[in-house]
Ligand binder design. Structure first.
Ligand SMILES: NC(=O)c1ccc[n+]([C@@H]2O[C@H](COP(=O)([O-])OP(=O)(O)OC[C@H]3O[C@@H](n4cnc5c(N)ncnc54)[C@H](O)[C@@H]3O)[C@@H](O)[C@H]2O)c1
Length: 316
């Protein structure tokens, strides 16, 4: 990337933004990465480079920000996640779809050159294969969030085919990180459980002990994102969104991994509405196409992720 060009991150105060902005700043320079959100981000993000309040639904302001900072790339992270979206379907649809349209249309007008927009394993549904769910298969999502992500994928592909927009996307699994609180997804338990273990308190899990879901440590997800954005254009042959895979585990398996560090840690289970969302998603993901197209490979497994989370959360 040319050093005169800048990157705009929209939704920078969230779980992914808190890590992604710092990784992008490390790579491209603090002042070349503009963090924006409707709320103030964590201190590291706020103090290490430019931060502006920006609502992605305000197309005029997005346009002005792009012009002011000579933005060439946009990472669009603002969205309502699965559990929150289900409580407010119309608002979720508005934010998840119109936010994307605002950014896609700036690219179709040639104002920005490249977009990263994340999709999710929530695009799959009960009729999708549950084990090693492939890139291409039946997708009938049953959540508002999944419907918005699947529609978003189709729009990304459409804007690429019709206007040549260079939009790139990953279907993230549940992400595990220590920097910022997760934002209302079904896989948030896999972060909350660590905080409770460190507080030496019991954890009540809202999913059943044997609920297997695809997951990934944030370092892998950030690396995947940047590697995808840096890959040669001709290698990116999927313009809807790429399956990527990290780890898959159940709450019981994660609990057992944590007890190797905290022997007295206790868990109980009280499944709620989120169980149904989790049950509608695959248990594991086949990411062979991402491997083939842009050499994707995850690094963290359950043991190394657990040790890393505990080490990081223990640091003052
Ligand atoms: N975290 C995960 O496990 C996961 C998994 C799959 C996909 N994703 C996707 O990745 C993206 C980011 O996820 P996240 O976990 O960081 O979510 P998050 O909820 O933690 O962060 C989203 C951020 O967007 C901001 N935001 C909300 N409305 C906005 C608006 N109108 N304008 C600008 N900013 C706004 C919020 O303030 C928040 O800081 C989302 O598209 C999400 O669907 C996340």
């Amino acid at each position: 990337m040319n050093t005169q060009e800048t990157i705009l991150v929209i939704g920078a105060a969230g779980q992914i933004g808190s890590d992604l902005v710092l990784a992008l700043r490390k790579k491209y320079g603090n002042h070349n990465v503009i963090a924006t959100d409707v709320k103030t981000p964590v201190f590291d993000v706020y103090e290490s480079g430019p931060f502006e309040i920006l609502d992605v639904l305000d197309k005029e302001k997005v346009f002005k920000m792009v012009k002011t900072y000579k933005v060439k790339q946009v990472y669009l992270l603002a969205a309502l996640l699965s559990a929150t979206a289900e409580q407010n379907p119309k608002f979720a649809w508005n934010l998840n779809m119109n936010g994307l349209f605002n950014v896609l249309s700036l690219a179709s007008e040639g104002i920005i050159e490249k977009i990263f927009w994340p999709s999710s394993i929530a695009v799959f549904g009960p009729t999708s294969p549950q084990i090693n769910c492939p890139q291409y298969c039946t997708k009938e999502p049953t959540t508002v969030y999944g419907i918005s992500k699947l529609s978003g994928e189709l729009w990304c592909d459409y804007f690429h085919k019709k206007y040549g927009v260079d939009v790139r996307s990953i279907r993230y699994p549940g992400l595990i990180s220590y920097k910022s609180e997760p934002g209302g997804g079904t896989t948030d338990y896999a972060v909350h459980i660590f905080h409770r273990a460190l507080m030496k308190k019991n954890y009540t899990c809202y999913l059943k002990p044997d609920t297997r879901l695809p997951m990934m440590y944030m370092d892998d997800a950030i690396r995947a994102t940047i590697e995808l954005m840096e890959a040669d254009k001709e290698n990116i042959k999927v313009r809807s969104s790429y399956n990527i895979s990290g780890i898959d585990f159940t709450p019981d398996e994660l609990y057992k991994a944590i007890t190797t560090h905290f022997a007295d840690f206790k868990i109980d289970y009280a499944p709620d509405k989120r169980q149904a969302y989790a049950d509608s998603w695959p248990k594991s993901i086949d990411d062979s196409i991402a491997k083939e197209h842009w050499n994707w490979a995850h690094k963290f497994d359950l043991t190394t992720m657990t040790a890393e989370m505990i080490k990081r959360l223990k640091q003052p």
